[in-house]
Write a protein that binds this ligand. Structure first.
Ligand SMILES: NC(=O)c1ccc[n+]([C@@H]2O[C@H](COP(=O)([O-])OP(=O)(O)OC[C@H]3O[C@@H](n4cnc5c(N)ncnc54)[C@H](O)[C@@H]3O)[C@@H](O)[C@H]2O)c1
Ligand SMILES: N[C@H](C(=O)O)[C@H](O)COP(=O)(O)O
Length: 332
């Protein structure tokens, strides 16, 4: 039998734990693969009671998960206090949130879990607790480093054939032009092409690359990055045999008739990539990190404090994230 999936509990004041508990309650109906939650069992029990969910939650190791999953939710203990205060975040739980991610990654790297689904974190609260990474994506790269060498982590939001990738991620918009280099664009597209082949079974992916400026710079009249930074990257990638096209005007690139022609769209900054996909598929899109030695997926939504503890949060993106991690790691 395949190893279990790991789920990191994410921000305890958010909807992540609610959704995981709700999905576990429906595990038979949904035919869910076994998973263990890296997080505090007492906290999970308290949240389950609050939501009116009655099942056992038991401390366990990944190795015990498959045999327990039928009868109890396996919770892999992590260090740190976790208060059950839905909608009210506390720096107190920061260490436990961070430890849960680190322990789940270690289990995936060790082969004890076959992939990782991360519950949403609240970045602002974690920064207050001393978290030094912009988000999971960059933290995962550090955790996966070999001899101090970090892989380039690439964020991809995916829903069916729509796959959107930002080259720069969680950075202030004013810093984007400085951070965009030909080298970064080349490396990002190389990772995308590699992982679409290896992890998504797309033999020769077609990748569209967006421009940075309106109308991809209008021939240099509205900004020169498209000509001076992005176009050379595309030329280099083409010379390497990667099927890449661009820089294309970003405003029309996501018109379904256009993006349907591409296996992925590489955009220059976070909102350029994520607004289109969250607009058409917020309920079902999945955030997947490319470039890592492990599989990591996540729901596309955040902590939704306004819904935490109510049981009203939609589980569908989290479920899609579990299904994607399962599909990417299951033995054929
Ligand atoms: N995977 C992650 O870890 C992840 C992803 C996105 C945002 N975040 C973080 O979450 C925090 C809050 O971000 P935000 O407010 O911009 O986005 P959000 O996704 O938490 O909420 C945006 C809106 O969508 C609604 N919503 C979110 N999830 C929902 C669900 N499952 N069902 C129904 N409605 C839902 C919320 O109620 C809110 O109105 C930030 O710190 C952000 O960085 C984390
Ligand atoms: N940018 C992501 C989104 O909006 O869906 C989200 O913030 C998660 O990022 P990490 O996976 O790096 O935590």
């Amino acid at each position: 039998m395949d190893k279990p999936l790991a789920i990191s509990m994410g921000e305890p004041a958010g909807v992540g734990p609610d959704i995981v508990l709700g999905l576990y309650a429906r595990r038979h109906q949904l035919k869910l693969p076994p998973f263990c939650v890296f997080g505090n069992a007492d906290f999970l029990r308290a949240r389950a009671r609050r939501l009116g969910l009655a099942f056992d939650i038991t401390e366990a190791t990944p190795a015990q998960t498959n045999s327990l999953f039928e009868t109890a939710l396996p919770a892999v203990p992590v260090d740190g206090d976790v208060p059950d205060t839905p909608g009210v975040a506390s720096v107190v739980s920061g260490p436990a949130v961070i430890n849960a991610i680190a322990a789940a990654v270690a289990a995936a790297l060790a082969g004890d879990c076959r992939g990782l689904v991360t519950g949403p974190i609240h970045k602002g609260v974690l920064y207050q607790a001393g978290f030094t990474h912009p988000g999971h994506t960059e933290f995962l790269a550090e955790l996966c480093a070999v001899d101090g060498n970090e892989p380039l982590p690439v964020m991809m939001l995916a829903h069916g054939g729509l796959r959107a990738i930002p080259v720069t991620i969680h950075v202030p918009i004013r810093d984007v032009p400085e951070l965009l280099t030909t080298e970064l664009i080349v490396e990002t597209v190389q990772v995308v092409a590699h992982d679409l082949r290896q992890r998504f079974g797309i033999a020769n992916p077609t990748i569209a690359v967006a421009g940075l400026n309106p109308h991809a710079g209008e021939g240099g009249a509205i900004g020169r990055e498209d000509i001076e930074v992005i176009a050379p990257a595309i030329a280099q990638l083409k010379a390497e045999g990667i099927n890449v096209i661009g820089p294309l005007p970003a405003d029309t690139l996501f018109y379904p008739v256009y993006w349907a022609k591409y296996d992925a769209v590489v955009a220059m900054y976070h909102d350029q990539a994520l607004i289109p996909i969250k607009t058409v598929a917020f309920e079902d899109a999945v955030n997947v990190t490319l470039g890592l030695p492990i599989v990591r997926t996540s729901p596309d939504h955040g902590t939704a404090f306004d819904l935490a503890g109510t049981g009203k949060a939609s589980p569908s993106s989290f479920l899609a994230a579990i299904r994607m991690a399962d599909a990417m790691t299951a033995t054929p």
